[in-house]
Design a binder for this molecule. Sequence first.
Ligand code: KG4
Ligand code: ZN
Length: 341
Amino acid sequence: MKECLLALETSCDETAASVVDLNGRVLSSEVVTQIEAHRVYGGVVPELASRNHIMHMRELCEQALESAGVKLGEVSAFAATSGPGLVSSLLIGSTMAKALALAEDKPYLAINHLEGHLLSPFMGYGGSDEDLGMAIPPHVALIVSGGHTMLLHVKAVGDYQLLGRTRDDAAGEAFDKVGKMLGLPYPGGPEIDKLAVGGDKKAFEFPRSMMEAGNLEFSFSGLKTAVLYHLPKIDLKDAQTLKDVCASFQEAVIEVLVEKALRAAKLCGVLLISVSGGVSCNRRLRERLVERGGQQSVEIKLTQPRYSTDNAAMIGFAAVHRWRAGLRSALETDVSPNLPL
Ligand code: KG4
Ligand code: ZN
């Protein structure tokens, strides 16, 4: 019998279920993305997201168990994201996990979505087969997703000091909003990433905000407005111009993220930066982090792309850390749209 947890993630528009064993090994990771359903609206529609979660949840749990080769009765505990996120979406996964815990008479674990992202770079990187990413060294974590952009000093699992966060848009949100302005399909992040490959990063001079010494906060709304002001002056139907805007905008976001992450590492006296969240899929961000990290002898731990965007394996992985620390959640634990880390 494999000792394992079943974890569910429904904080936004991805319905996900995963089975993770108690050493942190991912036995299955199923994700149904709703991107197509929301694309016509140019963003996530909460009502639609929760309806879709309900439609897929049961089948997804069955699939996750089947591909892991695990029977429901063999699961040691049930975990779900309890925040932050859309309340109507969070409720679907957490209610399902609580119902399963109650029916199977097993513990329930409420997991912070941000802790899932934060620990995800360590998934599958253990010192031994029995310790797959369970030892988390002190480091600086950069979380860059559609909803969050933050730098944290990770002293140990559960001991996180917020160093800086965005004052306005999250990095992924800026990618998506600029993508929309440029007439690209939702979500704009991956589209801009692709188009930027053939573009000139220096074609447009876009602002890098809050770069003054010691500042670890972020702000992307000025950059977004700068792109908007340029639009009437340029011809987006020209394929090269579109690529140039994408490359120049992307570079402005990335330079700020990379330099501030390195600055934070120096401030905390650590030589390791972990990077997670949907935006960490970005190829140029990954390339620049490794390049600049190398120059400053700072190791960069990047999340594998399949665990960068929302998924339940990272929730299961965080749940295993909590489980091994002896932590359990009461079935009364409510979801919390603004749950802090
Ligand atoms: O972590 P995630 O799936 O959801 C949140 O928790 O927010 O992140 C989704 C975000 C979206 O804004 C999407 O545009 C962005 O990640 N994203 C990217 C790339 N892939 C996903 N942004 C830039 N480049 C990419 N390759
Ligand atoms: Zn996320």
